[in-house]
Design a protein. Sequence first.
Length: 105
Amino acid sequence: MKGNKKAPLPPIRVRHEPPTLDEAIVAAQSLTNDVDQQVAIAAGLMGIPEDEVRPAVLQAPRPRWDQGTTVRTRAGGPQRRPVVVVERRSGRPDRLRPGDGVRRF
């Protein structure tokens, strides 16, 4: 086992793809309502001057955040949807004790 040394791994290649103009504008609109800040955010995300982004931000439709954010109850009044929290269980599934609620297939 003397010659069983692992060879060094090659460097990790990371592909950089800036967002499209529409993606950058939607991201900026979701962060702030101020148009000047939206222009600055979108330009920063894309790496282009603010003067090129400003006309597109001004023409972009305003997002409708009220769609899909409410649910109807029996009384008929709108309510916010409940928050969903996802937690990771520690331990491996094959090492769980019987009765932990995990079905083994």
